[in-house]
Structure formats: C-alpha cells, structure tokens
Ligand binder design. Structure first.
Ligand SMILES: Nc1ncnc2c1ncn2[C@@H]1O[C@H](COP(=O)(O)OP(=O)(O)O)[C@@H](O)[C@H]1O
Ligand SMILES: CC(C)(COP(=O)(O)O)[C@@H](O)C(=O)NCCC(=O)O
Ligand SMILES: [K+]
Length: 258
C-alpha cells in the first residue's frame, strides 16, 4: 500500500492507495504542533479505525507547502512505517515543464494538481484549488505549467472582515438566495460568496484569453480543495469538481519515481 500526504496550510490530507485505487482518505489539522510520535499515533489510529494494517504500507510520498512541520512528519514516516518517503520537490520527476521564473518557487501542491489533471485530461487546463489560499494554474495540452494567480482563500476573506470590523461577526460560509440582504450575517455571506464566484469567473475568463494567445484553446476548468463545491455550484466557468486531484497526483508522481 502507498501512503500519500498533502500538507496544506489548514489541513494535512492523507490517503492510502492499493494500486491505483484510493482505499481511504483522512484530514488532520496542520496548525497543531505535533512530534513524530504524536503523528505516528494519530495515523496508526486512523488505520485501525479503517481496519487497515499500517504494516502493509510499503511506500510513502509527501507534498508540502508548510516547511516547518516536515521534520516531524518525515521522521514519523521513517520510524513508524519503515519506508523512505519521496518528497515532491526539485529532482522529482513529474512530466510537467515548469515555466515559472524560478521553478522552485511554485507550491508543490500546485505541481501535484497539474500532474494529475494533465494525466487525466491531456488537454489545455485551468486548475483551481480552493484551499487556505485559492490558486489558479494554467497548464498546456503537452504539460507546460505556465503559471497562474493566487488569491486570499474564502475563509481568509471572511475571517478578515470579522477580525477588522468591530460590528461584523464570524459567519458560517453558507450561500443566501439573494444579494439584497436584510441582516448583517446574510449580507456578509452574500458579499463573500457571490463576490468570490465573480472573482473566480473573471480570473478564468482572463486566463482563457491569455492561454488562447499561447495556442492553448478552450481549456478545461477543474476545481479541487475544501471549498470547491460552494463556488462551483454557481460558477459559470468551472467544468468539473475533482476532490481527489491532489491525492491522485501524488500517486502518479510516486509511480514515475519509484
Ligand atoms: N469538507 C469540507 N467542507 C467545508 N469546508 C472545508 C472542508 N474541507 C476543508 N474545508 C475548509 O476549506 C478551507 C481550505 O481547506 P483545505 O482545502 O484543506 O486547505 P489547505 O490545502 O490550504 O490546507 C479551510 O478553511 C477548511 O476549513
Ligand atoms: C499558494 C499556496 C499558499 C497554497 O497553499 P494552500 O492554500 O493549499 O495551503 C501554496 O501553493 C504556496 O505556498 N505556494 C508557493 C508560492 C507559489 O506557488 O508561487
Ligand atoms: K491544497
């Protein structure tokens, strides 16, 4: 079995593959400081609950955009699973040609998403990942990673309003039916969510016209990440939600590097 980790700024998403089948996936908070032993116990508990034997893991791969937890996480994988994890980064084969000014600067999660989407769809792509930040990535039909845009995540936007305006409360991210709202909570919900949908559709439209100039016609738009459903349901530009894109990308990169 292959154990995969996608370390984001809010959540560590982990999953177990048997061949190309994802058997199970779990989420842990990123921002709780944990030792290697604490990670080990948590992950082994999750295996137990899923009635999987952690001793059947024979490989591991990690993608992370949070450097400071990597020491404990890598140490845990070696100590409890007795495998040397592949860490997605420079030197790892991806099949993606990164056109960023400095390829080392691109978040590993963005590369992993590009690998998965390129392998699955083999056409020009725009990939949107709704995480702590929202990332937009333009990928060519032959796997060129052109770059993209980064915006504040939906929850960051909502939290900023609550933290910076005395009379604005913390809100739940649910969509009201209107944008003419008659109370504070719904006004904030409408502004954040419908405003966000507009932002997403506008960036995608601009990205499509820039891609056309690069000879990448009519890109397919794939969304992933914690909050993609909330936006995709009203967006006019998102073609598909692919919740397991990052985990699948990790499996594909493992296959290319084992
Ligand atoms: N299943 C879910 N339903 C609703 N919100 C979620 C879900 N999963 C994650 N979130 C929220 O979505 C945001 C981004 O989460 P995630 O995609 O895990 O980000 P990251 O990759 O940056 O850790 C967080 O604010 C999180 O609380
Ligand atoms: C943009 C990100 C913060 C998104 O991370 P996430 O929201 O998944 O936690 C991450 O991909 C990152 O740190 N990227 C480095 C900068 C870049 O990609 O240009
Ligand atoms: K992510």
């Amino acid at each position: 079995m292959l154990l995969v980790f996608d370390v984001g700024n809010t959540n560590i998403v982990l999953g177990v593959f048997e061949g190309d089948r994802l058997l199970v996936d779990w989420r842990m908070s990123t921002n709780i400081p944990r030792t290697a032993d604490e990670y080990g116990i948590s992950v082994i508990n999750l295996f137990d609950k899923a009635e999987l034997d952690y001793r059947d893991v024979d490989a591991a791969i990690v993608s992370s955009v949070v450097p400071n937890i990597m020491y404990s996480l890598e140490h845990m994988i070696r100590k409890y699973f007795r495998v040397e994890p592949i860490i997605v980064g420079p030197g790892v084969k991806t099949g993606i040609n990164i056109k960023y000014d400095n390829p080392k600067e691109v978040g590993a999660d963005r590369i992993v998403n590009a690998v998965a989407a390129h392998e699955k769809y083999k056409k020009p792509l725009i990939i949107i990942d709704f995480g702590t930040a929202t990332t937009f990535c333009a990928v060519g039909a032959n796997g060129d990673y052109y770059g993209g845009a980064i915006t504040p995540g939906i929850k960051i936007s909502a939290d900023a309003l609550f933290e910076r305006a005395a009379k604005l409360p913390r809100i739940e991210l649910v969509k009201p039916n209107t944008v003419i709202c008659k109370n504070t909570v719904q006004s904030m919900q409408a502004g954040i969510i419908y405003g966000y949908i507009g932002q997403v559709d506008y960036i995608v439209k601009r990205m499509k016209s820039e891609m056309k100039r690069l000879g990448e016609d009519n890109p397919f738009v794939v969304a992933t990440g914690g909050l993609s459903k909330l936006i995709a349901s009203e967006s006019t530009t998102i073609d598909k939600i692919d919740p397991y894109l990052t985990l699948e990308g990790l499996r594909i990169i493992y296959e290319k590097n084992k």
